[in-house]
Write a protein that binds this ligand. Structure first.
Ligand code: NAD
Length: 432
């Protein structure tokens, strides 16, 4: 096979995060700790996973990082915007995810990641009172201020390339409006301050206008609109989203393909969580929770195909709850009760109690997305990067195609994309 020409990963890669809260600070602290030789990059495919090449008998199984030209952790520089956190050290201490013993050796570097003033509107995140906010009046001026920030960051840090990963709060639920239907309508909307343009969409617009790939870690509508997909295509910039797949949804997309593979029925799936971090507080507002709920509820149907298997999956009661419970901090506890049915319809139950750490699961996803989005840009990938569905609860697709939620199909697609780009045969597992 002929390979795709990929520009080398020379020079520095700037990773910009709108949002410097629990996830972003855990990601930055983790990378600093790893590159100082203090920790291992557990949970990151770009750092730890191997990839099989060719027939099994060939025994070729390099690390992904030795197979594709990824930016090295030593070449990453970090930038962020936040309306509350002043810098990554304060953000990490407030989040309380990592212990002082882990933060101590890297505290000076963390303190050096100073948040830029945010484009923030409390209408979209009612539970937060943002103070470090841009003074630019009007959405077009705010977009221009972000474009200026991006260029300043690029120059001051001597970056060769940049990527942006949204790690900001979940915004209030939003349906696409007229201003989202075409690029022309969106730019008109920016000029006349259309209320339907969310802050995250202003960041995305600024990123695309600066030729910076954008990945959306929250369930916000952000990239899911024709106007901004059109802009990404026009400028040839990669996009991906949305909502990091961690915790309960990760478990769902690991288990559900297994039940379906064995043709076991599912009658109900009740999921509840307690969560005490700032994300949990934001999600305590019904409008913000609705955005998350829609993202979490979507996964079962596309894996189970109830239209193909009405007897097994035609009538599932799927309920998802998130309860804000401050004492638990970032250590989310999830409970799942799954009512399944087997031979002759006999019922069975499965209970899962997942004591997880949200940001510990999300941080390696931010790293992988930053490195893979940069790779996609150097491979001249443009628009929605479906091969990165592996990382998202609500994967975006090109056009109107249904999303793929099955973690194992997503993994195959990711690895086969890398194989094909590098001129290797995709692996179908049908022969040697
Ligand atoms: N941790 C996980 O497992 C996980 C999984 C999926 C999605 N997410 C999403 O990732 C996002 C970050 O999660 P977190 O736990 O770090 O939350 P967090 O509340 O700790 O951090 C979010 C930060 O975004 C900032 N922010 C809000 N609006 C902003 C704006 N307009 N511009 C810049 N910054 C803004 C807030 O001040 C806050 O510091 C959330 O949307 C969350 O739903 C997290």
């Amino acid at each position: 096979m002929t390979s795709t020409p990929i520009a080398p990963a020379t020079g520095r890669l700037g990773v910009l995060t709108p949002g410097l809260g629990a996830v972003a600070s855990t990601f930055i602290a983790g990378v600093l700790s790893i590159r100082n030789g203090l920790s291992a990059p557990i949970g990151s495919l770009t750092q730890m996973a191997h990839i099989r090449l060719g027939a099994r008998a060939e025994g070729r199984n390099p690390l992904i990082s030795d197979f594709v030209p990824l930016a090295s952790l030593d070449d990453l520089v970090f930038g962020a915007w936040d309306p509350i956190s002043p810098n990554a050290l304060e953000a990490a201490r407030t989040a309380g995810v990592l212990e002082e013993a882990d933060l101590g050796p890297i505290s000076a570097e963390l303190e050096g990641v100073v948040a830029m003033d945010a484009v923030f509107d409390s209408e979209w995140v009612k539970r937060l009172d943002g103070r470090r906010v841009k003074t630019a009046r009007g959405k077009l001026a705010q977009a221009q201020a972000l474009i200026d920030d991006i260029e300043r960051f690029r120059t001051e840090n001597e970056c060769d390339r940049l990527v942006m990963v949204w790690c900001g709060s979940t915004e209030a639920y939003q349906e696409p409006a007229d201003c989202h239907m075409s690029l022309e309508a969106f730019e008109e909307g920016l000029k006349r301050d259309d209320v339907n343009i969310a802050p995250s969409q202003i960041y995305l617009y600024a990123a695309l206008m600066s030729d910076v790939p954008f990945a959306n870690g929250a369930p916000n509508l952000t990239c899911d609109v024709p106007a901004l997909v059109e802009l990404a295509g026009q400028r040839g910039v990669p996009l991906a989203g949305k909502d990091f797949k961690t915790g309960q949804t990760l478990m769902k997309t690991i288990l559900t393909p297994g039940f379906k593979a064995r043709m076991l029925g599912i009658d109900g799936w009740y999921s509840t969580n307690i969560l005490g971090n700032r994300d949990g507080e934001v999600l305590d507002d019904p409008e913000n929770f609705k955005t998350k709920e829609v993202s979490k509820l979507g996964v079962l149907d596309t894996i189970l195909q109830p239209e193909v298997y009405p007897e097994l999956y035609g009538d599932i009661d799927h309920v998802v709850r998130i309860n804000y419970y401050p004492p638990r901090g970032d250590n989310k506890e999830g409970w799942d009760n799954i009512d399944i049915s087997g031979w002759l319809g006999y019922p069975m139950q499965i209970k899962i109690n997942f004591l997880c750490r949200d940001s510990i699961l999300a941080a390696p996803i931010v790293l992988d997305l930053a490195l893979f989005m940069d790779l996609a840009a150097r491979a001249r990938g443009s628009g929605v990067q479906e091969w990165l569905s592996f990382y998202f609860k609500s994967p975006e697709t090109a056009g109107d195609l249904p999303a793929e939620h099955d973690l194992f199909i997503q993994q195959t697609k990711l690895k086969n994309t890398l194989r094909v780009w590098m001129g290797e045969e995709p692996i179908t597992h049908s022969e040697a």
